[in-house]
Design a protein around this ligand. Structure first.
Ligand code: KG4
Ligand code: ZN
Length: 340
């Protein structure tokens, strides 16, 4: 079964052809990073205009790279939320028109389910049930994944997403957008113990996250550091700030996931979303897995960041169950997984 998956939820226009919910025949991503870089973040109006320009060529390229035609598709899949309304609308209305003209059914997909199922694009995905930490620019959620379409949310961020904190800290250090990759790289030459930024655990039992406090702590520290205030900013490099901030985020992500592991008894952990590309995160999870005899996996980087292939995986499972999208369906900026 061939599915054409499309995602325009934020600042990437992406389309992919995936066979049987697993085999990627093509995966094309048109990034808008250059467009948004000067603004230090995504500008919604610019993003939707750019999606309109690019959706047709991106889909054409995905079909061409797969060596297939639109008529060969058994289904279409498109993200309807959560995300930026203007961006989501471009993908949904494009797919509705394609479906109407070709009579190919389409599936309306929750972007978060896409991240959770992105691990099925790899060989040897974990068996159900597994824990999935979804960490991206828009989301930080911890799920108990019991089966396809069967998810129990264990925790979520109460304010900023982890990736958002990386982007904001990079912006205030003047490092540009997106912040994750550059902080990851700079942190390699820094001391993660140099600045004791706060870790927000809330109560010991809580599996929820909060990253706005550490972001504010970094902002206040950087102000004093730039003025050369002593004594604690003396000898601190920008690499030390990057490493110390990154470590404070990773401590909480790893500790809460391990706490969820203890509660559920799940032996398999998956990390998905853009922040799952982070090299320190991978190191920390591998170390924890070794110590506790757990398995930990993540998709390759291009399936961690936003992509059409993960949307096609969800579309495959939804269409197999007969869950087709309607022409009167609308996009949703907020879209909890339970309402999917
Ligand atoms: O999944 P994604 O492409 O988009 C959303 O659904 O949000 O994730 C993008 C986010 C950005 O915030 C970016 O800074 C972060 O993922 N990111 C990273 C790394 N690579 C991307 N964060 C930390 N370390 C990285 N290596
Ligand atoms: Zn995403």
């Amino acid at each position: 079964m061939y599915i054409l998956g499309i995602d325009t939820s934020c600042d990437d226009t992406s389309a992919a052809v995936v066979k049987d919910g697993h085999t990627v025949l093509s995966n094309v991503v048109h990034s808008q990073i250059k467009l948004h870089h000067p603004h230090g973040g995504v500008v919604p109006e610019l993003a939707s205009r750019e999606h309109i320009r690019n959706i047709f060529p991106v889909v054409q390229e995905a079909l061409k790279n797969a060596g297939l035609q639109l008529q060969d598709m058994d289904g279409l899949a498109v993200t309807i939320g959560p995300g930026l309304i203007g961006s989501l609308l471009v993908g949904l209305y494009y797919v509705k028109a394609l479906s109407y003209a070709t009579h190919i059914p389409f599936a309306a997909v929750n972007h978060l389910e896409g991240h959770i199922l992105s691990i099925f694009l790899e060989d040897n995905p974990p068996p159900f049930p597994f824990l999935c930490l979804t960490v991206s620019g828009g989301h930080t959620n911890l799920y108990h994944v019991l089966g396809f379409g069967n998810y129990r949310q264990l925790g979520r961020t109460l304010d900023d997403a982890a990736g958002e904190a990386f982007d904001k800290v990079a912006k205030l250090l003047g490092l540009g957008y997106p912040g994750g990759p550059v902080i990851d790289a700079m942190a390699r030459d820094g001391d993660p113990a140099k600045v004791p930024f706060p870790r927000a655990y809330m109560s010991k039992e809580s599996l929820d996250f909060s990253f706005s406090g550490v972001k504010t702590a970094v902002a206040l520290f950087v102000k004093r550091w730039q003025k050369g205030e002593r004594p604690d900013t003396t000898g601190v490099t920008v690499n030390d700030i990057a490493a110390s901030f990154q470590e404070s985020v990773m401590d909480v992500l790893v500790d809460k996931t391990l706490r969820a592991q203890e509660i559920t008894g799940c032996r398999h952990i998956c990390v998905a979303g853009g922040v799952a590309c982070n090299s320190r995160l991978r190191q920390r999870f591998l170390q924890a897995a070794r110590e506790r005899n757990l398995s930990v996996t993540w998709p390759r980087p291009e399936y961690c960041t936003d992509n059409g292939a993960m949307i096609a995986v969800v579309g495959y499972h939804r269409l197999k169950k007969g869950l087709k999208g309607d022409y009167d369906m609308d996009v949703r900026s907020r879209f909890p997984l339970e309402e999917t």
